[in-house]
Design a protein around this ligand. Structure first.
Ligand code: HEC
Length: 115
């Protein structure tokens, strides 16, 4: 009996932790582009992609900016960077599929396309 009383709370803790881990990894898989953006791009482009005027990063949420670039241009900039600026190329660090996801993610930031 004493053994059981001690075991039950431990089992409860273990299953709570397991559940929390399962939920977290599911969320991570769903938004891997958002994760990439926040870990690799947000220091210069802002956590919400709005950019920082002081370092000349554009506002990805601006419909005007969105209309000014094609997907091919965004892909090219992420892959090769922009010479002479802080924007380096990520072609050697990210797979083409990951870059494609980032392009779609940047498109999804357009404030004109409210969900
Ligand atoms: C060290 C800072 C820095 C990091 C990190 C960075 N960028 Fe940039 N990025 C810039 C700057 C500065 C510019 C503006 C370059 C210019 O003047 O044309 C830029 C431009 C861009 C543009 C083109 C904007 C346009 O108007 O043509 C895209 C798209 C872009 N970045 C996406 C990304 C993505 C995606 C990541 C992460 C994988 C990333 N950047 C990481 C600094 C950064």
């Amino acid at each position: 009996m004493r053994f059981l009383l001690r075991t039950i709370p431990i089992m409860a803790i273990i299953s709570t932790v397991a559940l929390a881990l399962a939920v977290t990894s599911q969320a991570a898989a769903k938004s891997s582009a958002a994760q990439h953006f926040s870990s690799t791009c947000s220091m210069c482009h802002g956590p919400d992609g709005k950019g920082y005027p002081a370092i000349h990063t554009p506002n990805f949420t601006s419909p005007k900016w969105q209309a000014s670039v094609t997907n091919a241009q965004i892909t090219q900039v992420i892959t090769d960077g922009v010479k002479g600026t802080a924007m380096q190329g990520f072609g050697s660090r990210l797979k083409p599929a990951q870059i494609h996801e980032l392009v779609l993610y940047i498109r999804s930031l357009n404030s004109a396309k409210k969900k």
